[in-house]
Design a binder for this molecule. Sequence first.
Ligand code: PLP
Length: 410
Amino acid sequence: MNGTDYYNYFKLHPDQNGRYGKYGGAYLPPDLEKIMTEIRDAYDTISRSAKFISELRSIRKHYQGRPTPMYHAERLSQKLGPAQIYLKREDLNHTGAHKLNHCMGEGLLAVYLGKKKLIAETGAGQHGVALATAAAYFGLECDIHMGEVDIVKQAPNVARMKLLGAKVIPVSFGLKTLKEAVDSCFQAYMEDPISQLYCIGSVVGPHPFPMMVRDFQRIVGIEAREQFYDMTGDLPDIVTACVGGGSNAMGIFCGFLADPCEIHGVEPLGKGTKVGEHAATMTYGKEGVLHGFNSYLLQDETGEASPVYSIASGLDYPAIGPEHAFLRDSGRVQYVAVTDREAVEAFFMLSRVEGIIPALESCHALAHAIRLSRNSPTHSRSILVNLSGRGDKDMDYVIEQYGFGQDFQL
Ligand SMILES: *Cc1c(COP(=O)(O)O)cnc(C)c1O
């Protein structure tokens, strides 16, 4: 596969400059460059110390509830057959999604660095809630920048963040959504990089963020590989996960890069193929720079990020983590796209057949597994799906739009 050495992969990627092949890097104003170098150097030392590693282990076990289970979805598999579908249950992680994995890591790093406050942007509020949880746990202050439009739309998550003791900072310029919230948070960070740590929400942003977030999410893949082997005596034929920025996907993919498994990332095709109807970055984007890193980007002729849409607000981002761009070009990971409607069908199906209500984001990966199973009716493969989160947050919307699934052939 393009000569890439997957046995020594983590030693070699990213390189010294934060590059994954030609992707990644750190495109920053000079003020921030110095801060990022400091964080990277500190992270390199701290993350290798026995004390940090053992504290993070203890937090994962006693606070987050790790390891999360591996589950053989037998009834779903039987219904679709002959493929066998397995779920890595990140929905059972504390707060109901994988995001806490990197937020607890970033929070612990902040404590080691002597920071007082965690700051971040949030779109739908999922990252804000996870980070507010980490801040409460570590006794740190927390500012969450959020567009005014999103604050109105995501009232329950705004309430959660406030209950957890975070301050929600309304962003009132531009379109007042996620992109402006990132701009606002970068601004706040530059004003005081000493007492604050910026905790980005996915494997995106300037180096070292894509690497740190990946390293903290790697536990998902490490657990999954061992659990799968314990259960089946074998490795999965296909490993799949949904991709917004790409953190839950990188987490599980990391466990299988050196194995003879196919790996599939699943992007949101939304309502269709026109600009503004989807967020399928790999399918329709091309190389470009956004938020301090180089990757695939949905953009217009001038290089400006295009408007994006998905029914799953966690997938609604015009770029993708730089490591995914590298893994795609090297041929190790394939990227496919799933529509809103396919994701909603998977939402109803898993709820009804297995008693698990999945997040709409995770439904994209699940829908891909369902499609693979239906499209090869004679091929008994094992498919491991990263179930990145639970769907309680999506229930009201789905029911309002689609009722209880009466229009679907479940
Ligand atoms: C935020 C979110 C995602 C998308 O983020 P990635 O960084 O691409 O993993 C996926 N699933 C759930 C449940 C989320 O909350």
